[in-house]
Design a protein around this ligand. Structure first.
Ligand code: GDP
Ligand code: MG
Length: 584
């Protein structure tokens, strides 16, 4: 037997995985190393597979006979029988019965209108004649739909073939008949699409016996014409006449051998041609291929296992069939969701704190304090343009009249325009926060995966709630901006306008300092001061002026003489606040 004996076990292990995944219905989620057989219709795909087994067991006929992928697992064994995964335990000794079972099982899924389906049939053949090998027989590439086959059958088949062979883990057995032009080979064209370098494609040339007299496929078989990394193997299968005449496969293999050894163009290559050689090559290549892909496969399996164990863990805590326990578990999940949500938004100092990424709350914090101010600053205005607008506004306000003063209305009109522009970044900020909240909920609800309907309902309710709040919040923001637009309080302390400029010059006269622009009057009035350490002799009313830099006391409003002046940076804010508290 060929192949590395230590590695012989690899193929059976992957076979087990293949069965497991087919039964779970998730066979596509793990890329098992495998060999897929592709080729045009009547290229000889089925014949090659049958020769491996040494039995006639595949459906034959005109049109698309193979309409579902057949995962054919060949297992070397002393006794010969076949077994299907869909009726496990039933041993098929008669291979005619195997063929009928494939036909029935194909029709069961595809219906009888000769449509196709990518749900595989798993067949395992135990035999002393086979080497451990797993192949997938796929529908042949076809051009013309027959009967009531769907009109796009060609595309359907192509799509199905691609679905298998596009995976890096799949070796492609590209079957091409020798009596057609290699450059036009359906199989090679398709494999080139997914394996342009020809790294994982193995070429098989059939029907070498049918070539025109005087021509041969030597160039191809010597890998000179369209080179593939893994080369080509030529075979001679039974002709239709042989099959009709019930020529058995043992005889066919002998005839094949004789053909190669007696053919002048192939004699020198004869020990690298023929079905037994192909079988050995495939066994070896698949084994090596599995060995190469094993580490990646292990990693993937390990990950899936961990994920599954996590799910199982959640089921372990209760018996899911007991309704009382179930209700309790669901309630717990809802409570869990609230705490999780709170923790992500409000933050926490617990040990479970995530050290890998920002929580929802921290993200929202960033939106408020980095993103939003940034958006505001980014809101550029062109000073030149602004001045031009002001000039227009002033002239339009004056109309035909000649103005004496700069009208307030011009200022208001321009400022209103600027205030209006705050709406957009503010509303955008709401959108971003809403988005973040939705993410948080989605993440928190993941723990409910064991109860998909509960999860769905919870997500729906929360989403509705968020949407309603979002609406309210946006209305509030618009209202706020509208308020600012409705009345412009130029008397506000933040406003460096006429009134403040005036009082500023007043204070600078009184305090003897030259009022810097920042030294604005924040408040003035009578204040009953009785708790400040400096005011010895009990409490009494003073007139005070609080500016951005200092606070001064006077006997009364009209008294020009300053009694006390304290710089603000020496005072604690609390003192000032207390003073104010007593005053008003
Ligand atoms: P598939 O559609 O690719 O599965 O092709 P089949 O294996 O069913 O073969 C189609 C036809 O070609 C059958 O009649 C086979 O007998 C015939 N055939 C396949 N390979 C060879 C070959 O190497 N030599 C000859 N003479 N006929 C072949
Ligand atoms: Mg076939």
């Amino acid at each position: 037997m060929a192949g590395n004996p230590g590695l012989e076990q690899l193929i059976p292990i992957v076979n087990k995985l293949q069965d497991a995944f087919t039964q779970l219905g998730v066979h596509m989620t793990l890329d098992l190393p495998q060999i897929a057989v592709v080729g045009g219709q009547s290229a000889g795909k089925s014949s090659v597979l049958e020769n491996f087994v040494g039995r006639d067991f595949l459906p034959r006929g005109s049109g698309i006979v193979t309409r579902r992928p057949l995962i054919l697992q060949l297992v070397n064994s002393n006794i010969e029988y076949a077994e299907f995964l869909h009726c496990k335990g039933k041993k098929f000794i008669d291979f005619d019965e195997v063929r009928r079972e494939i036909e029935t099982e194909t029709d069961r899924v595809t219906g009888s209108n000769k449509g196709i389906s990518s749900v595989p049939i798993n067949l395992r053949v135990y035999s002393p004649n086979v080497l451990n090998l797993t192949l997938i027989d796929l529908p042949g590439l076809t051009k013309v739909p027959i009967g009531d086959q769907p009109v796009d059958i060609e595309n359907q088949i192509r799509a199905m073939l691609l679905q298998f062979i596009k995976r890096e883990s799949c070796l492609i057995l590209a079957v091409t008949p020798a009596n057609t032009d290699l450059a036009n080979s359906d199989a090679l064209k398709l494999s080139k699409e997914v394996d342009p370098q020809g790294i994982r494609t193995i070429g098989v040339i059939t029907k070498l016996d049918l070539m025109d007299e005087g021509t041969d496929a030597r160039d191809i078989l010597e890998n000179k014409l369209l080179p593939l990394r893994r080369g080509y193997v030529g075979v001679v299968n039974r002709s239709q006449k042989d099959i009709d005449g019930r020529k058995d496969i043992k005889m066919a293999l002998a005839a094949e051998r004789k053909f190669f050894f007696s053919h002048p163009s192939y004699r020198h290559l004869a020990d690298r041609l023929g079905t037994p050689y192909l079988q050995r090559v495939l066994n070896q290549q698949l084994t090596n291929h599995i060995r190469d892909t094993l580490p990646g496969l292990r990693d993937k399996l390990q990950k899936q296992l961990l994920a599954l164990e996590k799910d199982v863990d959640q089921f372990k805590h209760f018996r899911p069939d007991d309704p009382a326990v179930k209700t309790k578990a669901m309630l717990q999940l809802v409570q869990q969701l609230t705490t999780d949500f709170d923790r992500t938004i409000e933050g926490s100092g617990s040990a479970q704190i995530n050290t890998n990424e920002l929580s929802g709350g921290a993200r929202i914090n960033r939106l408020f304090h980095e993103r939003f101010p940034f958006e505001i600053v980014k809101m550029e205005f062109d000073e030149k343009e602004l001045r031009r607008e002001i000039a227009f506004a002033i002239r339009n306000i004056h109309g035909i009249r000649v103005g004496l003063f700069t009208p307030d209305m011009a200022f208001e009109a321009i400022v209103k325009k600027q205030i209006c522009r705050l709406k957009e970044p503010s509303l955008k900020c709401v959108d971003l926060v809403v988005n973040e909240l939705s993410n948080v909920i989605r993440n928190c609800a993941l723990k409910m995966s064991a109860y998909p309907r509960l999860k769905e309902e919870v997500e729906r309710i929360v989403a509705t709630q968020i949407r309603q709040r979002e609406q309210k919040c946006k209305e509030q923001i618009c209202l706020l901006v509208d308020c600012e637009l409705a009345y412009m309080n130029t008397n506000h302390e933040d406003f460096i306008g006429f009134a403040n400029a005036q009082s500023q010059s007043e204070t600078s006269v009184k305090s003897g300092t030259h009022g810097a622009l920042g030294n604005q009057v924040i408040r003035k009035g009578y204040m009953c001061i009785h708790n400040l350490g400096i005011m010895k002799g009990g409490s009494r009313d003073y007139w005070f002026v609080l500016t951005a830099e200092s606070i001064s006391w006077f006997k009364d409003e009209d008294e020009r003489e300053k009694k006390y002046m304290l710089p603000l940076d020496g005072l604690k804010l609390r003192d000032v606040e207390q003073g104010m508290y007593f005053l008003f």
